[in-house]
Design a protein around this ligand. Structure first.
Ligand code: ZN
Length: 401
């Protein structure tokens, strides 16, 4: 079995249909295949650079062999972990922080430097997102376009393991059955996220799973292709299981504070609370402090001040629901929130929209309590609240009022 596995991994390392993520995993495990992986057109630049760094002898032009060759492990993980292929999920834009004046009174306007910084973050994250999409489609196109070439390579290799021969049919059927089993397990697990507004941020491989399903229907699929489908589906299923285990662990260890209880209740543990708002959320203008923030590049983490740094339960509730609104904005794949803002609602501000979500959620009509004012200085109207209710219904976000 081990020999057959090794042979398959060697073919996968050289096959231009092998997805970038799989090449990265192979590179981590099989240093003896680094030269083959580096020559694969699907090896992304960071992966090649990593191989060049940890295993320079693997790359052409072949340098003279050093007197003491770098030890290559026969198996098992060694050294730094290779870079991961970019996820084919565009990261939503960065969300600036949630300000609150230190003392009661009218909050000053956000300074231009703050806006510049937020804009810079948006551009950067957007650019990364576009890159991820390009890599994903390039990988797909490579897989499709390279099918003929790979088939020729497989035919040249000859032997019982070559793809597309009649003798492969039992193996093809077995791998396809494995794929379908993985897919069924994934779908069964996925039902736990039904009705959860953060589902699009957790089950990030839904679309790729559909792509695999289409490829599984191809009557010309060979043993390599079928085996690759089963492998990839198993990766997606494992990632989903890991996300569920992390959510369960998070719920089990929650600290009992009001803010954390609210986050766990609204998202079933899939959103993390980290108490580092003071250092992570960026500076507010004079007279204000930032009590929480969410970043588009890490949309399942809410950064908050420690519970004691927030003055009242009223403010804790408004803060958490405001930040959760940002999480839902990021999970809103259809861009419905952006459409509302673009139409001029909430004074064209995603922040004021988040305030409006919290105000509607609690049926509150002011952004102040006990002399403390919070948020972005705009109490939304009834018609805006109705738009919030419809948005919440469309994206499965909780809305009691
Ligand atoms: Zn905000």
């Amino acid at each position: 079995m081990a020999g057959a596995q090794d042979d398959w991994e060697r073919r996968a390392a050289g096959d231009p249909r092998t997805p970038p993520q799989q090449l990265s995993e192979l590179a981590n495990r099989r240093w003896d295949l680094h030269a083959v992986i580096a020559a694969n057109p699907n090896a992304f630049p960071e992966l090649r650079r990593w191989i060049a760094q940890v295993h320079p002898a693997a790359l052409p032009p072949v340098p003279p062999r050093p007197p003491q060759p770098m030890p290559v492990p026969a198996s098992g993980r060694q050294g730094p972990i290779p870079p991961q292929a970019a996820r084919p999920v565009p990261a939503p834009p960065q969300i600036p922080g949630y300000p609150r004046p230190v003392v009661s009174g009218v909050r000053e306007r956000r300074g231009s430097a703050g806006w510049w910084f937020a804009g810079c973050g948006c551009l950067l994250v957007l650019a990364l997102g576009v890159l991820g999409v390009v890599l994903f489609w390039a990988a797909l196109a490579g897989q499709v376009g390279a099918t003929n070439a790979a088939g020729e390579i497989a035919a040249q290799n000859g032997g019982a393991a070559a793809g597309g021969e009649a003798g492969d049919e039992p193996e093809v059927a077995e791998h396809l059955a494995n794929f379908e089993a993985e897919r069924a397990t994934y779908d069964a697990l996925r039902t736990r996220l039904d009705g959860n507004p953060v589902a699009p941020l957790v089950a990030v491989y839904d679309e790729q799973m559909d792509v695999l399903e289409e490829r599984a229907q191809d009557p010309e699929i060979d043993e390599f292709g079928a085996r690759s489908l089963a492998y990839q589906a198993a990766q997606y299923r494992e990632e989903l299981e890991a996300a569920f285990a992390a959510a369960d662990a998070r719920k089990a260890r929650q600290d009992g504070t009001l803010t954390e209880r609210l986050v766990m209740r609204e998202t079933d543990g899939f959103v993390d609370v980290v108490r580092d708002a003071e250092t992570e959320c960026g500076a507010s203008e004079a007279g204000s402090i930032t009590t929480g923030c969410v970043f588009g590049g890490d949309p399942l983490t809410i950064h908050l001040l420690p519970e004691s740094g927030i003055d009242s339960d009223w403010e804790r509730e408004m803060l958490v629901i405001h930040e959760l609104a940002h999480v839902y904005q990021n999970a809103d794949e259809e861009g419905l929130a952006d459409d509302l803002v673009a139409r001029g609602l909430f004074q064209k501000s995603r922040e004021k929209m988040a305030d409006c979500y919290a105000l509607t959620y609690f049926d509150r009509w002011e952004l102040a309590y006990g002399g403390q004012s919070i948020g972005y200085d705009y109490v939304c109207t009834e018609s805006e609240r109705q738009a919030i209710r419809e948005w919440a219904a469309a994206i499965d976000a909780p809305m009691p009022n």
